[in-house]
Design a protein around this ligand. Structure first.
Ligand SMILES: Nc1ncnc2c1ncn2[C@@H]1O[C@H](COP(=O)(O)OP(=O)(O)OP(=O)(O)O)[C@@H](O)[C@H]1O
Length: 896
């Protein structure tokens, strides 16, 4: 049934009137509009159709003509325009019935047709909204299934007419007469229809789904905002504005003001956007960017709020916040290379070191040398890089091209096109500051960072037992995170900070948690650290621009490979004179400012400072001194506050009046210190030292790198000639004791201890044991340097002569009686000076250490005796002529 125009309706009515037949037959031919490009022209096919009905539903509406198609026709000469009867129209010259080929089609064609038809009918049935339509399609499908081969082409005609499809396809079908051809065309048309319908259905459902998700999300967010508003007004009943900032709804309980801790989805979205921006800003085609993009894609796939989502997000936050080395080599002021290129760099660095530290001249000189080397290397490196960049090398042109091409986030397994890193590497030896606590190791590191104008980060390695603390945990671990190095880099915010590895001697050794020392080796080794691998970040990080400085209290516990990579700078400690200067210039002003006073309100005399340094502290560094000064300043601050209160109080209180009238005394005298700091800890220590038979003072260095003196006590006890050693002694020190006793036994006759050669002084006249003890029994002691002290103790015990209490000694002995050099002379001498020792006996070979390392004022104040043999040591200790030598001991060196 088709709507027709008035003129056509009139023609049909005329035909009905003229014709004898009740249902005249028409030729129905499609006439394309002149501008319709889809049609093939001229159209010369059509259908002979019987008129079934002509109806006009209502006046003013077009006629509806119902036709029943009978057979295909062809227009012999096509259609031509005509103006017959004065009306423009179309003229047809001859129509021929084409009919249809009623032959039996091939089986395969029919099967394909049926298949396509059934799929299409199934889809039509599924897509139709009305159940009645659905049933109709199902019925047609049942018919198609049962149709015979002979009727298949007829079925194709019916179906093509019934279903919608593109007009040209339908026309082509009409033009086809051969059965196989018709079936093939119908099959194609059905397949096309089915897939169009499937795709549009899919798109519709996808759109629908995403719309509904968006709607759901929007709805939930609205609900959340409403809940937050309610909570807000509940906790802020006086707040008239229920939601001062809808984007920053406060869900904190009990707090009214919006805070940074406020959690809301807007902030969350901002964070994500920020993360994305940071990934975008990463160096194109770099390894880190590739990983970031990959993880970002995963993040987008994983639903928000899931554990995995949080894990990836944290990882991405770490990855993007690591300061990856910049590829810019422009020497702008303020950048690492810009600072180094400044011609005034070295004088400025020297001024910085002087401004922060008193004394330490040798160390400062060494640091300036170090900075000069760093500067030269960095400049040479930067110049070489610049030259390289100017060359039209394939690599640099590749890098330039890369910069122009927009970054494609696509990750392909092609070889890595990352341009070689071109940042200048500020490599240099790794400094290792060794010294007792509080001698300024950390603050020297800070001064170097200031001189280089770089951020400073301190990593404390004390007690690090687990390799993962340095290298991070793999992401598979729960609560995994990056190691200390990456954390320090992130805090520094630059790829070239100064990182101080504090207390490197206290790093744990290899255990089942890995070897932290080995991880440190990788960090410090300039050959390896350009691709340091943190287990968490899992992208090689270039640490070659980082300036590492290590500190340690002693060299003994540092592993040899680690020590090998470091350049040792020893800080031995300060003399009292230096301490007074440091206190006056640095510590006192610092404490005065910290405690809110000015130097008008408090002054410490030199005598007071010396009093504090000698009687209240006895350390190599200045930390306890600073604490003690702090205590004095605090006590003065309390006094000052009370004084101010008294001044401000009303004038009717007699006590307050008296207090206010008193003039303020800003000076703290030495005798007032006891009232503030209590009884001096070290007062009388010298007096308690005794000059006794069998007791001698040796020089030691503690595990903290601090020098000092230690009594070596020996006593004769009834026994059978054995030597008993106590005081937590190690093997080496025990052997030293045995060597000392053997030497004394061998020379007992010469020393006047025994009456004849070959007599054992421990057996004759009375058999006895010797007990040698080194006090502070809880402290482990080892090393060979107590050799001469033990010998002197034995000689004193057996001969009855005493060594004066202001003499201390150190030196290893051999069985032949030679005295060989020992280490830690600087610290030992400083310790002896602090303990107010007047004379120090040292091995001859250590003379240069005293000359180089010991401060002139100490050399002036103390007597140094350098000995080559035990006999010389005994003479220096007991005094000339004290021991009754039987004959000159002549050392016969083997000349073999
Ligand atoms: N020569 C000096 N001049 C000025 N101040 C100093 C000097 N030496 C040390 N100090 C001050 O002493 C304090 C302690 O120094 P620092 O923290 O650097 O010691 P450290 O050697 O690193 O000790 P530790 O081994 O315990 O870490 C700091 O306040 C520092 O400024």
């Amino acid at each position: 049934t088709i709507p027709i125009s008035h003129s056509v309706a009139d023609a049909v009515l005329a035909l009905l009137d003229d014709s004898d037949a009740a249902q005249p037959v028409l030729a129905a031919v499609p006439i394309p509009a002149p501008d319709d490009a889809e049609f093939e022209r001229p159209v010369n096919v059509g259908t002979a159709a019987r008129v079934v009905r002509l109806a006009r539903p209502r006046a003013g509406q077009p006629y509806l003509l119902s036709l029943h198609g009978l057979v295909r026709i062809r227009l012999v000469d096509g259609v031509r325009p005509s103006v017959a009867g004065g009306n423009p129209g179309l003229e047809v010259h001859g129509i021929e019935y084409v009919g249809a080929d009623d032959g039996t089609p091939r089986g395969a064609t029919v099967e394909a047709f049926k298949d396509a038809a059934l799929r299409m009918l199934d889809r039509l049935a599924r897509d139709s909204a009305q159940p009645q339509r659905k049933d109709e399609w199902m019925r047609v499908a049942a018919m198609v299934e049962d149709i015979s081969h002979a009727r298949a082409a007829w079925m194709a005609d019916v179906l093509v007419a019934a279903v919608s499809g593109q007009y040209p396809d339908k026309l082509a079908f009409l033009a086809a007469t051969n059965v196989d051809d018709r079936l093939r065309r119908a099959t194609e048309l059905f397949i096309k229809q089915t897939s169009i319908s499937e795709v549009s259905k899919k798109i519709a459902s996808a759109v629908d789904e995403s719309l509904s998700r968006q709607q759901k999300e929007y709805f939930l967010r609205q609900q959340l905002a409403a809940i937050q508003r309610e909570l807000h007004s509940l906790h802020n009943p006086h707040n008239t504005n229920p939601n001062p900032n809808p984007n920053n709804a406060n869900i904190g309980f009990g707090t009214g003001a919006p805070s940074d801790l406020d959690e809301d989805e807007q902030a969350d979205a901002d964070d994500l956007a920020d993360l994305r921006k940071r990934i975008d800003a990463m160096q194109p085609a770099s390894e880190e960017r590739k990983v970031a993009v990959r993880e970002w894609r995963r993040l987008k796939r994983i639903p928000q709020g899931s554990v995995e989502n949080g894990v990836i997000r944290t990882y991405l936050e770490w990855l993007t916040s690591v300061p990856w080395p910049s590829h810019s080599t422009t020497p702008t002021p303020g950048t690492a290379i810009g600072v180094l290129r400044d011609p005034a760099f070295l004088p400025k660095a020297r001024a910085q070191l002087d401004a922060d530290h008193y004394g330490l001249d040798q160390i400062k000189r060494r640091l300036i040398e170090y900075l000069a080397v760093v500067r030269l290397r960095a400049m040479a490196d930067a110049t070489a890089q610049e030259k390289l960049q100017k060359l039209p090398s394939s690599e640099s042109s590749l890098a330039n091209e890369k910069a122009l091409v927009p970054v494609t986030p696509k990750i392909t397994p092609t070889p890595d096109p990352t341009p070689k890193k071109t940042s200048p590497r500020v490599k240099g030896p790794i400094l290792l500051f060794v010294g007792p606590p509080g001698t300024g190791k950390t603050s020297l590191g800070q001064s170097i960072a200031k001189a280089l104008d770089r951020p400073f980060q301190r990593i404390s390695l004390g007690g690090v037992r687990d390799e993962a603390e340095i290298r991070g945990h793999r992401r598979t671990y729960v609560a995994s995170g990056p190691g200390m190095i990456v954390q320090a880099l992130r805090k520094a915010g630059r790829s070239d900070p100064v990182i101080l590895l504090d207390e490197i001697d206290k790093v744990g050794h290899s255990n089942f948690h890995g070897d932290p020392g080995a991880a440190l080796l990788e960090v410090l080794d300039p050959e390896q650290n350009h691709s340091f691998n943190d287990h968490y970040i899992n992208v090689p990080i270039d640490l070659s621009q980082v300036l590492f400085i290590c500190t340690s209290n002693t060299l003994e516990t540092i592993s040899a490979p680690l020590l090998d990579r470091c350049e040792v700078v020893e800080l031995s400690g300060y003399t009292y004179d230096e301490k007074i200067h440091i206190a006056r210039r640095f510590l006192l002003p610092k404490q005065i400012t910290t405690n809110g006073l000015t130097d008008v309100q408090i002054q410490l005399t030199d005598a007071s400072l010396l009093h504090i340094a000698t009687l209240y502290t006895r350390e190599a560094g200045v930390r306890s001194l600073e604490r003690a000064i702090g205590a004095v300043v605090r006590s003065k601050a309390v006094e000052w506050a009370e004084h101010l209160d008294a001044l401000a109080a009303p004038k009717n209180n007699a006590d307050a009046d008296k207090e206010a009238e008193k003039p303020w005394r800003s000076v703290v005298e030495a005798h007032e210190l006891e009232a503030i700091l209590g009884v001096p800890r070290w007062d009388g220590e010298e007096r308690e030292r005794e000059e006794r038979r069998g007791v001698v003072y040796g020089l030691v260095v503690t595990g903290m790198g601090e020098g000092g003196i230690m009594p070596v006590e020996s006593a004769a006890v009834p026994g059978a000639g054995r030597l008993k050693l106590t005081g937590s002694l190690g093997d080496v020190i025990k052997e030293s004791g045995e060597i000392a006793l053997s030497w004394v036994k061998t020379h007992a006759f010469d020393l006047g201890i025994t009456a004849g050669r070959g007599i054992d002084p421990l057996k004759v006249p009375d058999p006895m044991d010797i007990h040698l003890h080194l006090p502070a029994g809880a402290q482990k002691k080892d090393g060979p340097s107590a050799g001469i002290a033990m010998t002197c103790a034995f000689v004193s015990l057996l001969s009855g002569a005493c060594v004066p209490k202001d003499i201390a000694m150190t030196g290893e002995i051999t069985l032949r009686g030679r005295v060989t050099p020992v280490g830690g002379i600087r610290m030992k001498v400083l310790g002896a000076h602090r303990a107010q020792i007047r004379k120090v006996i040292l091995p001859w070979a250590n003379r240069k250490d005293v000359e180089h390392d010991v401060a002139p004022e100490i050399r002036r104040e103390m007597q140094f005796v350098f000995v080559r043999t035990v006999s010389e040591a005994l003479e220096a200790a007991f005094g000339k002529g004290t021991l009754g030598w039987r004959r000159e001991t002549v050392l016969l060196e083997s000349r073999l």
